[in-house]
Design a protein around this ligand. Structure first.
Ligand SMILES: *[C@@H]1O[C@H](CO)[C@@H](O)[C@H](O)[C@H]1NC(C)=O
Ligand SMILES: *[C@@H]1O[C@H](CO)[C@@H](O)[C@H](O)[C@H]1NC(C)=O
Ligand SMILES: *[C@@H]1O[C@H](CO)[C@@H](O)[C@H](O)[C@H]1NC(C)=O
Ligand SMILES: *[C@@H]1O[C@H](CO)[C@@H](O)[C@H](O)[C@H]1NC(C)=O
Ligand SMILES: *[C@@H]1O[C@H](CO)[C@@H](O)[C@H](O)[C@H]1NC(C)=O
Ligand SMILES: *[C@@H]1O[C@H](CO)[C@@H](O)[C@H](O)[C@H]1NC(C)=O
Length: 379
């Protein structure tokens, strides 16, 4: 009897607790919906190189919840556009998102030195755990290469929603605790948000890593020979990053794809002109710290185009700078002398600087094969 009563009371308490929780959630949602500007106290994991990696700092940061631009629906034939384009147009103006993972000490160097020669900036979706793991062990390993520091950072947004989103965020957090190499913002990590990711990084760089000489900006499915990259950059006449450099797989004389079935579909409502300025394929390109700053500066007054590599080209053109072609960058695939040769022959990869695209296992194998002291090439 008393047990029964206690259970009843307990049940009542549970009810009360759940009710209170729902109320709190409701109020929180309410403040999101009805307050343009509000203060959120969040936990941001900022792991400094010089501090123990488990440091958790509580920040009070404020941000303006970005609102859907309802007038976008007035654009000609808006309803006939695919959903992702409509979504893009509604949120095109949004450029500020809270940071979930940060490492503001990344470029301060292991012993307080500030000499980062090459910063590897790799766009990676939270799901791509295996790719990040293999990159950390191979070409993106942080190291002193021929006297020059290579550092690495992955750029990520969030994917999915609810529990799945939380699970993937937790994964990134664990990785970050171990490697200190992830920048994550709370926006949807979709194909059409890659330009946003790029701009958020450039903004971060201006503040946290302005002295890096050069950057490799690329995807997590490329094979990059970072040894060769450092050699190439060191041999430049101006190798301190204070001059313009933007080089990769140069793409000229193309324009927006107007077929609505294409992944790259860009209707006139998004980009009026039928041409794009010259740009470098987004799989991977090299740029100087100077050029990164110029692009960031330009980006502040150029509306977002969802194709990130084209957007870089637009920013360069506006600054009166030109992208260049580098023969060692093969983002459109590597061509081989004949179909009978082994396309994974390490000798084809010894002299290039970047190839698109590699699976994690092939990446791991190739990195080891090109470093084999017994490898003999060119007869
Ligand atoms: C566009 O949309 C807004 C909001 O839906 C509406 O108030 C306005 O009348 C529409 N027309 C123009 C030309 O902005
Ligand atoms: C909202 O969309 C309309 C139509 O494209 C555009 O003219 C306007 O500048 C947009 N507003 C913002 C804040 O981006
Ligand atoms: C809008 O749709 C009409 C009818 O399908 C078409 O004739 C017109 O060219 C379209 N306009 C734009 C700007 O896409
Ligand atoms: C950093 O300092 C530690 C201790 O002084 C030293 O052992 C280590 O080699 C230094 N690392 C570099 C990259 O200079
Ligand atoms: C970009 O991310 C924002 C924030 O999560 C989201 O509202 C928007 O729909 C995304 N845009 C696209 C085109 O996916
Ligand atoms: C940034 O852009 C403004 C014009 O938009 C220009 O006056 C200024 O010199 C630029 N700064 C750099 C560092 O490029």
């Amino acid at each position: 009897m008393s047990r029964f009563l206690r259970r009843k009371i307990l049940r009542g308490k549970t009810f009360l607790l759940v009710g209170t929780l729902l109320m709190v959630i409701y109020l929180y949602e309410y403040s999101l919906d009805h307050n343009a500007v509000h203060l959120k106290v969040g936990v941001r994991r900022d792991v400094n190189q010089n501090e123990p990696p488990t440091t958790e700092t509580t920040y009070a940061f404020s941000w303006t919840q970005c609102r859907q631009n309802m007038s976008a629906a007035n654009i000609t034939n808006f309803t006939s556009l695919p959903d992702n384009i409509q979504n893009f147009l509604y949120y095109r103006h949004c450029r500020h998102f809270p940071m979930l993972l940060d490492n503001s000490g990344k470029c301060r160097g292991p012993n307080g030195s500030s000499e980062v020669f090459l910063l590897l900036v790799i766009k990676s979706s939270p799901m791509n755990y295996e790719r990040r793991e293999v990159l950390r062990k191979t070409w993106a390993k942080e190291r002193l290469q021929n006297g020059a520091w290579i550092r690495r950072i992955f750029l990520s947004g969030t994917v999915e929603a609810g529990f799945e989103k939380e699970r993937l965020n937790k994964l990134l957090e664990l990785e970050h605790r171990e490697y200190n190499d992830i920048l994550q913002w709370d926006f949807d990590d979709s194909f059409f948000n890659l330009t946003l990711k790029q701009i958020l990084f450039l903004q971060w760089m201006e503040k946290n890593c302005p002295q890096a000489h050069f950057l490799l900006n690329g995807d997590d499915d490329v094979f990059a020979n970072t040894d060769n990259m450092v050699e190439y950059l060191q041999n430049l006449q101006d190798n301190n990053g204070n001059k313009h450099l933007f080089t990769g797989h140069l793409i000229n004389n193309v324009g927006p794809i107007r077929y609505s079935w294409s992944k790259y579909f860009i209707p006139v409502q998004v980009h009026q002109s039928d041409t794009y300025p010259a740009y470098c394929g987004g799989g991977g390109f090299l740029l100087s710290g100077f050029t990164a700053k110029v692009i960031y500066n330009m980006s502040q007054s150029i509306t977002i185009l969802p194709i990130d590599d084209v957007y870089m080209g637009i920013c360069l053109a506006k600054a009166g700078l030109r992208p260049e072609s580098h023969m060692g960058v093969k983002t459109a695939g590597h061509s081989f002398p004949s179909s009978r040769v082994d396309s994974y022959d390490p000798c084809f990869y010894k002299d290039i600087i970047l190839v698109h695209r590699f699976l994690p296992d092939q990446m791991y194998l190739m990195w080891h094969r090109i470093h084999d002291p017994n490898l003999i090439c060119g007869v």
